[in-house]
Design a binder for this molecule. Structure first.
Ligand code: F6P
Length: 356
């Protein structure tokens, strides 16, 4: 196996040759993330054998029920990353305040969701870890929480691990998006999916349709047209998927195309969306764009959004470029409210329009 494939470490060394002045700190940081993901891959694979299933009975900073594995995943990330001294700060979905190093030595900041899609743990469906790496701003000073508020265009690297039938580590350091599969015998990630590309066209969309009554008109129009299939304006049939694990959804789209929507909606006016900008939308955005896809708020490029808060939520659309651009176009065009003759949205239809 090793004769045919390069390891993640070898890949990072090759990439580093482009930056003769690099200290090795960045590579060490990525390898620490990969180590945390290997640890979690093992824990997830034990299923309920280690007593790690179920909720801890607490809610996290997002108001979501924390699973035992969420807590373990967070501790694993903190432990693996703190040791190396390469990070000046860590922002996690599981912690209200970021962890800030005592010293100013670390060159990087990392934001992560250590276990994304954790409602899937107990039902044995794929979950993942997702992260975004930024440069720590300000020479010679400790990090502050505000340092994380950088747009996604400033990401140095982004990636995720997916704990599925096989464990994979998907990474971009700004030159394409590359997939590595964990060889459990040797404990190494091997490059199996170099230069992943999101097909520009697709016939597959992913959205939580139970929220349809809260959607804004452009999203309703898009989904209605997909559902109308070959009898509607798109002139072809579409497939729908929803795993409720964004990392797994992103992985499917990187592999065979598609579009994912968790749009801004009116379900909870206090929330601008469901997913988090700094450790979900931005890293997935970088991975998609580096693979020729697109990531958007629905209105414009995700990676250009200026963050305002560490745990900020946002509407997120990503995947095949032409579909994401179509959704942006629908947001830009004035859209007539669906009328009662529209079969999919009338009173007996599958997706009724909201009263908003
Ligand atoms: O972290 C949020 C998350 O678990 C994503 O991975 C997933 O896409 C989404 O929530 C699922 O949300 P819902 O339960 O509303 O379908």
């Amino acid at each position: 196996m090793l004769r045919q494939r390069i390891t993640l470490t070898q890949f990072l060394i090759e990439e580093r040759r482009r930056f003769p002045q690099a200290s090795g700190s960045f590579n060490s940081l990525v390898l620490s993330v990969a180590l945390a993901c290997k640890v979690l891959s093992t824990k997830v694979a034990y299923g309920s054998l280690m007593g790690l299933h179920g909720a801890v009975g607490e809610t996290n900073v997002q108001g979501e029920a924390q699973q035992k594995l969420d807590v373990l995943a967070n501790e694993t990330f903190l432990h693996c990353l703190e040791w190396g001294g390469h990070v000046r700060g860590m922002l996690s979905e599981e912690m209200e305040d970021p962890w800030l190093a005592e010293s100013a030595d670390g060159e990087y900041l990392i934001a992560f969701d250590p276990l994304d899609g954790s409602s899937n743990i107990d039902v044995n469906v794929s979950v993942g870890s997702i992260f975004s790496i930024l440069r720590a701003p300000g020479e010679g000073r400790r990090a502050v929480a505000g340092d994380f508020l950088q747009p996604g265009t400033r990401q140095v690297a982004a990636g995720y691990a997916i704990y599925g039938p096989a464990t994979m580590f998907v990474l971009s350091v700004g030159r394409g998006t590359h997939g590595f599969t964990l060889d459990p015998e040797i404990g190494e990630f091997l490059l199996t999916h170099p230069d992943m590309k999101v097909p520009a066209e697709t016939k597959e969309f992913a959205i939580n349709a139970s929220n349809s009554r809260f959607w804004e008109a452009p999203v309703r129009r898009y989904v209605e047209e997909c559902l109308a299939g070959s009898t509607g304006p798109r002139g072809r049939d579409f497939n729908m998927r929803w795993i409720a694990s964004m990392v797994a959804e992103a992985h499917r789209i990187l592999t065979r195309g598609g579009v994912f929507l968790y749009p801004r909606d009116t379900k909870d006016p206090g929330k601008a969306g469901r997913l988090r900008l700094l450790y979900e939308a931005n890293p997935v955005g970088m991975l998609m764009e580096q693979a020729g896809g697109r990531a958007s708020t629905g209105m414009g490029p995700m990676l250009e959004v200026e963050p305002t808060a560490p745990h900020q939520r946002i509407g997120l659309v990503f995947g095949s470029r032409s579909e994401v651009e179509r959704i942006e176009r629908y947001h830009a065009e004035p859209v007539p409210e669906p009328d009662s003759d529209t079969p999919l949205f009338n009173l007996r239809g599958l997706f009724r329009p909201g009263s908003n």
